[in-house]
Design a protein around this ligand. Structure first.
Ligand code: NAP
Length: 284
């Protein structure tokens, strides 16, 4: 079997064309969607992510601001800027690129963002709303994965879904969304015993561990849908996911490539959340 490729680039392009139209409609009323991205420090990967987010905004016709600080900036400076952005009517979404340097209390920074502008969906109020099943913002990576599954016509009802990883950014909200879509969900982590016994039961397997090519063909049930969230840099500089793509795509029914699967959808759903925030604001 050769798996169907769940093409994140193609779906992202399709969705972004619609976002561009909606952004122009808002701009015509003087309410162009605006995203502020805060970057602290010089982490190379974070710089690339922030650049991609700002570029995606420009391509979709959104206003965006990149606000960069040196690694030793005092947290109070960043918190004061967030307070200004919370009150800025041209900004509908505020994102703080993680990880922050060690002298920051990341939770305190995320909680300082107005829940109405928390387009990453990491504020406790938004996490609670997601948990209760009426989300204001869905965290971008799991949101993008749900869109990919939906686009491919994959019905989750009654399916066995296994999520590898329990981070606040990916694993936990992913599990919540799969459960809300009526899958039966198992969440695995570094302390899980006999991981393969879980992965081999999965109709839908989501790998979000951050370990290059960790998921092998032997760990995958033939005919499963495999979603690879991982972004890992190999010694030769190339990117790869958490799944051994070449081998697993011979076993799975459908699979996301890395790059070109989940990554472009994450940025796309950041645009979606920013646009939705701007549209909500415009109808108030
Ligand atoms: P994270 O915060 O480091 O969490 C990793 C999770 O994997 C943890 O829950 C950890 O368990 C679990 N884990 C680690 N080793 C394991 C093992 N051997 N067996 C089972 N579970 C194991 O990472 P994250 O932020 O969720 O990101 C995960 C990956 O996705 C990274 O490669 C990241 O770069 C990538 N990512 C991609 C996108 C995208 O748009 N494509 C977006 C976000 C993240 P414990 O909790 O027990 O430590």
């Amino acid at each position: 079997m050769t798996a169907q490729i769940l093409d994140g680039n193609r779906l992202a392009q399709k969705l972004r064309a619609d976002f561009g139209r909606r952004a122009e409609a808002l701009a015509a009323r003087g309410k162009r969607p605006g995203l502020a991205v805060i970057l602290v420090g010089e982490d190379a990967a974070s710089q690339v992510y922030v650049r991609n987010k700002v570029n995606a905004c420009a391509q979709a016709g959104f206003h965006s601001e990149k606000i960069a600080y040196p690694p030793d900036v005092a947290p109070q400076v960043v918190l004061a800027r967030i307070a200004e952005l919370n009150a800025d009517p041209t900004i509908h979404g505020i994102l703080v690129q993680l990880p922050l340097p060690r002298h920051f209390d990341s939770d305190a920074v995320l909680e300082a963002i107005s829940p109405a502008k928390d387009v990453d969906g990491f504020h406790a109020e938004n996490v609670g709303a997601l948990m209760q099943g009426h989300p204001r913002f869905i965290p971008c990576t799991p949101y993008g994965i749900m869109k990919l599954l939906d686009e491919a016509g994959i019905d989750l009802k009654g399916k066995e879904a296994v999520v590898l990883g329990r981070s606040n950014i990916v694993g936990k909200p992913m599990a919540m969304l799969l459960m809300q879509a009526s899958a039966t969900v198992t969440v695995c982590h570094s302390q899980t015993r006999d991981l393969a016994s879980h992965t081999r039961r999965a109709d839908v397997l989501v790998a979000a561990l951050g370990k290059a090519r960790f998921v092998t063909a032997e760990m995958v049930r033939p005919g499963a849908v495999v979603i690879d969230v991982g972004i890992n840099r190999l010694p030769d500089g190339k990117l790869c996911g958490d799944v051994d793509y070449a081998a697993v795509s011979e076993v799975a029914a459908a699979i996301t490539p890395v790059p070109g699967g989940v990554g472009p959808m994450t940025i796309t759903m950041l645009l979606a959340n920013t646009l939705e925030a701007a549209e909500r604001e415009a109808t108030r």
